[in-house]
Design a protein around this ligand. Structure first.
Ligand SMILES: CCCCCCCCCCCCC[C@@H](O)CC(=O)SCCNC(=O)CCNC(=O)[C@H](O)C(C)(C)COP(=O)(O)OP(=O)(O)OC[C@H]1O[C@@H](n2cnc3c(N)ncnc32)[C@H](O)[C@@H]1OP(=O)(O)O
Length: 252
C-alpha cells in the first residue's frame, strides 16, 4: 500500500469504526486490519507510557536535586530506548499501516535519533547544557500529547482537548525544540573540533576524508530548508483537523 502525504481524520471521522480503522483514500474507504490496529494501539500506548515515565523522571529529578545538572545522564536510558523505538514510525508508513509521508516522518525521526546518539550521547561535555533540557522537555510534552492522540483516535474516543493540544502545542513547541537542538549542536562544535571525533583525516587506507565538525555545520544549515516543511505540514494538518479544510496533498 503506497504511503502518501500525511492526512488527518476530519472531525466528522473521529468517532467512526469498531475495532478496525477506516480511512478514506480516493473517495473509497479502506479498512485497516485488526492486527495492524492492535499493533498500533500497543505501539502508541507503549510510547505514551515511555514518554510519561521520562517526563515524571525529569520532574522528580529536578524536585530532588534542584538543578538540571545530571538530568540527561539520569534519564538517558529511557530517552534512548523510546526515541530509537520511534524508528518504527518510518516502517509503519513504509508498509502502509499509517497514512503519513515517509519523507516527513523520516526527517523528523532521523533528526531526533541524530540528536540523541550522535550529539547528546557521544559528547558528554554538553549533556548539562540548558539547551539539552529545553529539547528534552519539549520533546516529552510533544510525544505524550501525540501518542495519546493516536491512541485515543484509534480507540475512537478522542477527547477534544487532546486533539486541540496535538494541533496547537506544536506552534510554540516546534520552534522551541528546534532552538534547543540547534543550540546544543552549536555548543558541541568546539569539542568536536578539538577532539576530531568521528572524523577521518587523509592519508588513510580508504583515501576518504570526513570532518564531523563541518558535517555538524551542514546539519545546522539543513534545518533552514527542512524545518519549515515540517512546520507547514503540521499547520496544514491543523487546518484540516481543527477547521475541516480539505487539502489535497501529493504522493511521495
Ligand atoms: C542524519 C542527520 C539528519 C539531520 C537532519 C536535520 C534536519 C532537521 C530538520 C527537522 C527539525 C525537526 C526538529 C524536531 O525534532 C523538533 C521537535 O520535534 S520539537 C517538538 C515539536 N514537535 C512536534 O510537534 C512534532 C510534530 N511532528 C509530528 O507530529 C510528526 O513527526 C510528523 C511526521 C511531522 C507529522 O505527523 P503526521 O503527518 O503523522 O500527522 P498526523 O499526526 O496528523 O497524522 C497523520 C495520519 O497518520 C496517522 N498516524 C500517524 N502516526 C500514527 C501512529 N503512530 N498511530 C496511529 N496513527 C498514526 C494519523 O492518525 C493520521 O491518520 P488519518 O489521517 O487517517 O487520521
Amino acid at each position: 500500500m503506497p504511503c502518501r502525504g500525511g492526512t488527518m481524520a476530519s472531525s466528522e471521522e473521529d468517532g467512526g469504526g469498531n475495532g478496525s480503522v477506516e480511512e478514506k483514500e480516493n473517495g473509497k474507504k479502506r479498512s485497516l486490519g485488526a492486527l495492524a490496529t492492535a499493533w498500533l494501539i500497543f505501539y502508541n500506548v507503549a510510547m505514551t507510557a515511555g514518554w510519561l515515565v521520562l517526563g515524571i523522571a525529569m520532574v522528580r529529578f529536578y524536585i530532588q536535586k534542584g538543578t538540571h545538572r545530571g538530568l540527561f545522564r539520569s534519564v538517558q536510558k529511557t530517552l534512548k530506548f523510546f526515541q530509537t523505538f520511534a524508528l518504527l514510525e518510518v516502517v509503519h508508513c513504509a508498509v502502509g499501516i499509517v497514512r503519513t509521508s515517509v519523507l516527513v516522518t523520516g526527517v523528523q525521526v532521523s533528526s531526533r535519533i541524530f540528536m540523541v546518539w550522535f550529539i547528546a550521547h557521544s559528547i558528554k561535555q554538553i549533556q548539562n547544557e540548558e539547551s539539552v533540557i529545553l529539547f528534552l522537555v519539549v520533546w516529552t510534552v510533544t510525544e505524550i500529547t501525540r501518542y495519546s492522540f493516536y491512541t485515543f483516535n484509534l480507540l475512537n474516543h478522542l477527547p477534544y482537548f487532546i486533539k486541540w493540544a496535538r494541533y496547537n502545542f506544536f506552534i510554540i513547541l516546534y520552534p522551541a525544540g528546534v532552538a534547543g537542538e540547534l543550540l546544543t549542536i552549536y555548543a558541541a562544535l568546539p569539542y568536536v573540533k578539538k577532539t576530531g571525533m568521528f572524523s577521518l583525516r587523509l592519508p588513510n587506507k580508504y583515501n576518504v576524508s570526513f570532518d564531523y565538525y563541518y558535517f555538524l555545520i551542514i546539519v545546522m544549515f539543513s534545518y533552514i530548508p527542512l524545518f519549515p516543511q515540517l512546520y507547514f505540514h503540521m499547520l496544514r494538518q491543523r487546518r484540516k483537523v481543527l477547521h475541516g479544510e480539505v487539502i489535497v496533498e501529493k504522493d511521495d
